[in-house]
Design a binder for this molecule. Structure first.
Ligand code: GLN
Length: 245
């Protein structure tokens, strides 16, 4: 088996070590004997239909978002949207998440176009939401938790039919108002959680790997790994989140 990961704008959209999510996905595949290929796409690069199993885009400050938003919208957006409708997965973090919605209106400058994977929009708030976050979610019918770190001024509001990744237990999440965090549309997950996210959330990592492999290898499952270290980090992050809010 092989998984192909498309890393979008790795040089521009990678704050708080978000590239660690690509490393975690790759490692969790390689530890299972699944081959992995990571391809980077930057400004001007086109998305080859059918070539990728998972799209990844990290976070970025408004400046970097301005630099990538029109390119994402004009050269990649339609294909990525279609690929996700046809079974590809995505994990997009914070600034990347905002640009996978319908638009992002920063505090200054023009409104940035989003590619509409999520029925959501983001407007800059007056307060920065910073801190450790703890979310309750349900992955493949199993209740679980997700932990991470947030730092954003953007407030994201989901369309009435869009599913959040989870419910905020500690932290601000999408907008600090409706207790939602992130968004899920088919195999695409958007979230404000940096960390990087996946090393401390092995269940979420495996949810994405399982879903991404399904399109090419239907019926094939992945075996469990020894996640004792990851789960220890997860539990510690929950304790820390509870203490800091
Ligand atoms: N610039 C966006 C905001 O401040 C996203 C920041 C980020 O990716 N951490 O909301």
């Amino acid at each position: 088996m092989k998984l192909v990961i498309c890393h979008l704008y790795p040089d521009l959209m990678n704050i708080y070590g978000d590239r660690g999510n690509v490393i975690a996905l790759a490692k969790r595949c390689l530890w299972r004997g699944i081959d992995v290929e990571v391809k980077s796409l930057g400004l001007g690069d086109k998305v080859e239909p059918g070539a990728y199993d998972i799209f990844f885009m990290g976070g970025g400050q408004d400046k970097e978002q301005v630099m990538v938003s029109h390119d994402l919208y004009e050269t990649k957006g339609e294909t990525i949207r279609r690929e996700i409708e046809q079974g590809a997965c995505a994990l997009v973090i914070c600034g990347g998440y905002q640009l996978f919605g319908n638009f992002y209106r920063p505090a200054e400058g023009e409104e940035l176009p989003g590619i509409g994977v999520f029925d959501a929009y983001t407007i800059a708030g007056s307060k920065r939401f910073i801190g450790n976050v703890f979310v309750e979610t349900c992955l493949d019918g199993r209740k679980t938790t997700v932990v991470g770190f947030e730092n954003h001024s953007g407030k994201t509001y989901l369309g009435k039919n869009e599913r959040p990744l989870g419910e905020i237990i500690v932290g601000y999440g999408n907008n600090g108002e409706d207790k939602t965090e992130g968004a899920v549309h088919l195999g695409a997950i958007g979230t404000y959680l940096h960390g990087s996210l996946l090393p401390k959330n092995p269940e979420l990592a495996d949810f994405l790997i399982r879903k991404a492999l399904k399109r090419t290898y239907p019926g094939r499952d992945i075996e469990a790994l020894d996640d004792s270290v990851e789960n220890l980090a997860h539990k510690h992050a929950i304790k820390r989140a509870k203490k800091t809010h």
